[in-house]
Ligand binder design. Structure first.
Ligand code: KIV
Length: 257
């Protein structure tokens, strides 16, 4: 199978639509990789999906590092991207550089961070230091407290212009791709046409160059999912039934035979 790197991701724009996923451990990273996922993101959505938090904000750098190491051991061909957790790049650019280096040393091929024009100096510095950056604009979940909830962005023309300007700014700063989260589909289409780097949408309509789905949502491990999600499996039932069968068989003396 093809080994994905940032050049291959950039070259796919306009030629191949990429179905990209999150994973947080080696077992699921191996399965996503074997299925041909081109990019596996060790998302800070790990906070909600694995660690039981309400938001991404409490995720610690140490938790990210250990998940990145596990995912990079499980994935062979996918590009592994480590999401910089809240606080790891808002703490001054020198500390942000050290934290990005730690994520790469843990096994990631690239880092992702949230924000547009405000983080461009950092994106430029990372890119020049050999750390590929995947940008993230539109609804940036680490700003949940500033938004007052997880709210769709870019709904008015003025806000849309800001998201478009952010996407152009991160491209100019050297990002190899840009995540567009929870923005109107028409705006995502406009941005996709306006930048030369791939756009990876999540809740941003069908016209993006690539899509993200969070692993727990697409596999049906989360019973409640955002409206744009398609569940490709119902693993919650499969797993619950398997646990119940095992617990029942032990209780009945059927296992071990
Ligand atoms: O953490 C995450 O899951 C993300 C999504 C955009 C895929 O950042």
């Amino acid at each position: 199978m093809k080994k994905w790197n940032v050049s291959a991701v950039r070259a796919a724009k306009g030629k191949q639509k990429l179905g990209c996923v999150t994973a947080y451990d080696a077992a699921f990273a191996r399965l996503a990789d074997e299925a041909g996922a081109p990019i596996i993101l060790v998302g800070d959505s790990m906070g909600m999906n694995c660690l039981g938090y309400e938001t991404t904000l409490p995720v610690k750098l140490e938790e990210t590092l250990s998940a990145v190491a596990a995912v990079s051991r499980g994935a062979k061909d996918a590009l592994v991207v480590g999401d910089m957790p809240f606080g790891s790049y808002q703490c001054g650019d020198d500390a942000a550089m050290a934290n990005a280096v730690a994520i790469i040393k843990a096994g990631a091929d690239a880092v992702k961070l949230e924000g547009g024009a405000k983080v461009c100096a950092l994106i430029k510095r990372m890119t020049e230091a050999g750390i590929p950056v995947l940008a993230h604009v539109g609804m940036t979940p680490q700003s949940v407290n500033s938004y007052g909830g997880f709210k769709k962005q870019g709904k008015t023309r003025e806000d849309a212009e800001k998201v478009l300007a952010d996407a152009k700014a991160v491209e100019a700063a050297g990002a190899f791709a840009v995540t567009l989260e929870c923005i109107p589909a028409e705006l995502a289409a406009e941005i996709t046409a306006a930048v030369r780097i791939p756009t990876i949408g999540i809740g941003a309509g069908p016209v993006c160059d690539a899509q993200w789905l969070v692993m727990h949502d697409l596999l049906g491990l989360n019973e409640k999912v955002p409206s744009f999600v398609k569940k490709y499996a119902d693993l919650a039932s499969v797993v619950r039934n398997a646990f119940a069968a095992y617990v029942g068989e032990v209780a009945d003396g059927k296992f071990p035979a």
